[in-house]
Design a protein around this ligand. Structure first.
Ligand code: NAP
Length: 343
């Protein structure tokens, strides 16, 4: 595995961070847009919230705008958003040869299945990025801004046993190998359901969490997911300080008690917003269909109605469609939003 080249396909925030850290031990190449290619060539600091730092600069030979033809025996880290997957799959189908391993790093549910269906001759595994990465243009720093690990599915083939990625001893990239990757994905999805609320609330995540109306919406979205997961007999692992099924109860506490008990949840950058909010502001299609929308879709297959996730998915999609310009704002009060989503 060590001698295989690691290709980062879609080097934005996550891809450039992973590629930068991986290059300490592996040969890495990047496929990305001009803006990120320039950043990679100019060089930047890789940093994390603990203060660990490393510098990274790519050589021009590492930078690409497309994958080369007939790529064989490579590891491809797919780090585009879910919304770019269809376009990317067409290119992968025509260019990937034998012995390739793809690691799908998309949030939500459904990407891995889609990649597996299109590329049956490749080994496809799920990667879950459990931390946020932000770009600080003032000091050219790509920073892992929160706790969390890179969770990687293990595989029986291709030597994909825990530890195959000889990179898991750097604090910049803690790696974890869950036993039940499906349950792990659903546990991560539970936390990501709040992204849509943040996008519609149009306030920083910290302000959103201090408002009980917003917290009740998130709690109901999570209740629906927990029922869908239970119906699939998934045992969700604990990714936060409290077990998955306690989180909605915590969120519903009155403000004074929530602040006291869940102060750690509020210990975040006061300006941070969800990537879905950023996508809406940029007039981009969001990943909501793969997050809240996936809960609705799988709930439907199992006979578990998920009306709150359904409403919020449609709401975010309508904004994406109706306001394809920057500056979207729902301009709706927390109470109105709660009534609209929860009825
Ligand atoms: N950012 C985080 O902190 C974070 C944390 C956890 C999980 N995630 C998940 O990780 C995934 C990636 O997120 P991200 O924040 O890294 O997204 P991102 O910053 O938008 O990076 C993706 C990059 O891929 C580029 N791209 C798309 N199609 C391409 C193509 N055909 N060829 C070359 N480049 C292409 C995009 O360019 P265009 O924008 O021009 O299309 C963009 O620069 C998402 O599923 C996200 O939910 C993100």
């Amino acid at each position: 595995m060590k001698s295989r080249v690691h290709w980062i396909y879609g080097s934005g925030l996550i891809g450039s961070y992973l590629g930068g850290v991986l290059s300490q031990r592996h040969e890495v190449a990047f496929v990305g847009r001009p803006l990120w290619n320039e950043r990679l060539i100019n060089g930047f600091t890789l940093a994390d919230y603990t203060g660990a730092k490393a510098s990274f600069r790519a050589t021009p030979a590492q930078i690409h705008t497309h994958l080369p033809e007939q790529l064989e025996n490579a590891v491809i880290w797919l780090t585009v958003k879910c919304t770019a997957l269809n376009e990317v799959l067409a290119e992968l189908q025509s260019k990937l040869g034998n012995g390739c391993t793809l690691i799908c790093c998309q949030n939500g549910i459904g990407s891995v299945e889609s990649v597996k269906a299109h590329l049956p001759h490749c080994t496809v595994i799920q990667g879950i990025v459990g931390f946020n990465v932000v770009w600080d243009s003032e000091c050219s720093e790509l920073r892992r801004s929160t706790e969390g690990v890179l969770a990687l599915e293990t595989g029986s083939t291709d030597n994909l046993q825990p530890g195959w990625l000889s990179c898991d001893r750097t604090t910049l990239l803690p790696v974890f190998w869950p036993q039940d990757m499906e349950a792990y994905c659903w546990a991560k999805l539970q936390l990501n359901l709040a992204n849509a609320v943040n996008a519609l609330a149009d306030v920083p995540i910290r302000d959103m969490l201090q408002n009980r109306h917003y917290r009740s919406i998130i709690a109901t979205l999570m209740d629906e997911l927990l029922l869908v997961a239970k119906t699939q007999q998934l045992k969700l692992p604990q990714l936060t300080k409290v077990p998955a099924h306690w989180i909605p109860r915590l969120l519903r506490l009155p403000n004074w008690l929530f602040r006291r008990i869940a102060s750690k949840m509020l210990d975040i950058d006061p300006t941070a917003r969800s990537s879905m909010w950023w996508d809406l502001q940029a007039g981009k299609t969001t990943e909501v269909q793969y997050l809240n929308g996936a809960v609705v879709q799988i709930g439907k297959q199992l006979g578990v109605p998920c009306p709150a996730n359904d409403t919020i998915t449609q709401w975010v999609q309508n904004i994406t469609v109706k306001c394809p310009k920057a500056g979207n704002s729902t301009q709706i009060s927390p109470k109105q939003l709660k009534t609209a989503i929860l009825g």
